[in-house]
Design a protein around this ligand. Sequence first.
Ligand SMILES: Nc1ncnc2c1ncn2[C@@H]1O[C@H](COP(=O)(O)OP(=O)(O)OP(=O)(O)O)[C@@H](O)[C@H]1O
Length: 548
Amino acid sequence: HDDPVQCPVRLYCKQNESNILELPGVPSSVKLPVGRINFKLTTLEVNASGICLTDLFLRLNYSSFFPFRYIGTDFDLAGTSYDDDHYSLEPRNITFFRYPPSLYMVDCRIQVAEDDDGIIDLNLVYCTKLSRKILPIPAKFIREEGSFYLVWSKTNLRSECLVGCNKSNKGTQYYESILLPITGAIILLSILAALYHIYCYHRNKGEDQQRVETFLKDYEALNPTRFSHADIKRITRQFKDKLGEGAHGAVYKGKLSNQILVAVKILNTTEGDGKEFINEVGTMAKIHHVNVVRLLGYCADGSHRALVYHFFPKGNLQSFLALPSNKESFLGWNKMHQIALGTAKGIEYLHQGCDQRILHFDINPHNVLLDESFTPKISDFGLAKLCPKNRSTVSMTAARGTLGYMAPEVFSRNFGNVSYKSDIYSYGMLLLEMVGGRKNTNSSEETFQVLYPNWIHSLLEGDDTYIPIDDDGDFRIAKKLAIVGLWCIQWHPVHRPSMKSVVQMLEGGEDKLKVPPNPFESAAANSSSAIIPARCLNLELEVIPETD
Ligand SMILES: Nc1ncnc2c1ncn2[C@@H]1O[C@H](COP(=O)(O)OP(=O)(O)OP(=O)(O)O)[C@@H](O)[C@H]1O
């Protein structure tokens, strides 16, 4: 501020009172009292009343630098702009006169004129010419009485040169340095808050929409889709990839438009009155469990009927029933245990987890499918039956199921009532097969055949000659599966555990399990299997209508 090079013109504060504009002059600087300042418009008010401006400007040393322009006496300082073009910085010739001739120069008898006309106007012809100077301001400005206004250019005059008393510009500076940023920040924050509000509103709307979409998608996914026969042909690529053939029709691999791989079971149309179809679709649509296959869709298009399931790449459990010595097929005892437990949980869900008890009636290794991580999935509900949970027995007109896995009471009512315990028998047989690594059935026989393995006792007594087991942990798993299997195939349904108990037994330690009696002791006294020819059983049962 005090450096004459940096600030050839400066504004300073006199006695903390008034602002003084100091301009370079000879022999001393020219000091003009300043009133109000508008830093925004870069204008200041020069208070000329009571001072001899002509005398001051006589001393002004104009050396091409003069950052001010004169903008008149009636400028509105509170206004927002001024007419920039109107006021030029062109240097002018100004002549100073003393009038009337006087010895005193300080009594302000000095007059100025810009040209001859001015001299005549002012009637200065008798005056003594004092000096002729080039100044960038009009003579009118120097003659001015009262206040007039100057404007400076920010590029020519640094703001540090105009410190002043901070009185008149206090408000402006305060406004500029504090209020302006705060106001700006508040406006910015308000805009941001409004934008965020709008964003949240749209996001919530979007989320709501998304939620509804997800719900509808899930809802659609929960309910099987109905496909036309043309859809089925497209999904299976004209029945190109056959997975196998069951009792009720062939199964083909396919792909849905959302890239999900499926297995499509084409039901034989010649067969029955569509009861199996209604049964499977009606039952499966209600079931959602990790250990039960999910029905994705079905086709009922004229005489064409099909069921669409998730595809399980590992196929069914049957192909993995093998002795540990068969390294290619045997999965290991831990996996065997995991499959046994998963299957048990799936059956428990069917028996207890739905509104109505679902009896499968065809639990066997063909109907346990395996996903990529060998999670078992119970499938094939064509023979399933729904019945109220509180009903302990079910009426049936015909034996249903697969020989070897069929409970004695399903085969003949002489052995007791058919109930959920019949599925437990089938599950027990499946467990024994898993341990023994072989198929128990011999379906070529027209007999009800109980294949009760002799080796099971050796195993339970710790002899592993039939099933070579290296590891102690593995031996415990095999023993546990065998004990639970034996409990499940008890001749009398009441002696068989519920699926809930089976799950508990499989999850608990094998040492706590009691070995059950040989379920077919009397029947199998002399043989490893008890073969009861069908003709020996009373198959001519009284017909009980299927009311359930
Ligand atoms: N969802 C599936 N994913 C992969 N393979 C499947 C699927 N469903 C069935 N399969 C395979 O298709 C073949 C036929 O199955 P299907 O269930 O029709 O007959 P099954 O169980 O072998 O006999 P049945 O119908 O007499 O019980 C089997 O080899 C089975 O492994």
